[in-house]
Design a protein around this ligand. Sequence first.
Ligand SMILES: Nc1ncnc2c1ncn2[C@@H]1O[C@H](COP(=O)(O)OP(=O)(O)O)[C@@H](O)[C@H]1O
Ligand SMILES: [Mg+2]
Length: 260
Amino acid sequence: MDAGLLNKRGSSMINIQNLYKRFDKLEVLKGIDLSIEKGKTAVIIGPSGSGKTTLLRCLNLLEIPDQGTIALGKQTLKITESTKLKQAEIVAFRKQTGMVFQGYNLFPHLTALENVMEGQITVLRRSKEAAREKAMSLLEKVGLKDRAEMYPFQLSGGQQQRVGIARAMAMDPEVLLFDEPTSALDPELVGEVLKVMKDLSREGMTMVVVTHEMKFASEAADQVIFMDGGVVVEKGTPNEVINETKNPRTLQFLNKVAER
Ligand SMILES: Nc1ncnc2c1ncn2[C@@H]1O[C@H](COP(=O)(O)OP(=O)(O)O)[C@@H](O)[C@H]1O
Ligand SMILES: [Mg+2]
């Protein structure tokens, strides 16, 4: 099954091969292989410390892997111990991704609208008018058109996170990366964020989502990836990994999540 996925290089938006990352003596990613097709949603699950965030950060080069191949969109990076990436290469690669963080990371001194406009103007060099138009349509899409002029402190956590998603979308990324986007939210606010994510998934956005929301994984994921100890232990359809797994490590993790 895995070999089949890996060989379908033609339709894949993301293809990671043999990815390694260490922090000093701590080996965090120990040979990750993954493939995600265009328009699909992959959900990554796994215990704290298993390397999920590091993997996402390697995907947009917020961390530079030590070794491995990352193909994303039109670009392929082959990294070895001696590779020195140029800043321009990193920026060009990163531009293909949009990241939604656990904390909302909005600029506190900018309104919702200005937060969604900012990167469009500074990074993509769009005109203010074009950036505003795009930002308004995205705020409408995440259900916040009427909150456009509000500052982050005037918005709930769920609303701030939806602004965060609009901001990431505003850059027209090939891929959206989510790192536990609902884990800092009060339970009653989780649903509104997951709904926006589900809509995007359904519309054919390519997404990689680290989350413990198993219902979201079951309903929205095309592929579920279980990581532990810096390796991919298991991957497959939501049903294969969440309902039918026989893997003891996966089972142990799923039981822990279900207890919460
Ligand atoms: N910048 C860093 N420097 C040193 N150690 C790090 C750094 N980032 C992550 N780690 C370590 O790498 C391991 C994996 O972390 P992380 O990728 O955040 O896991 P997860 O997101 O699955 O909880 C942890 O032991 C963590 O402490
Ligand atoms: Mg993490």
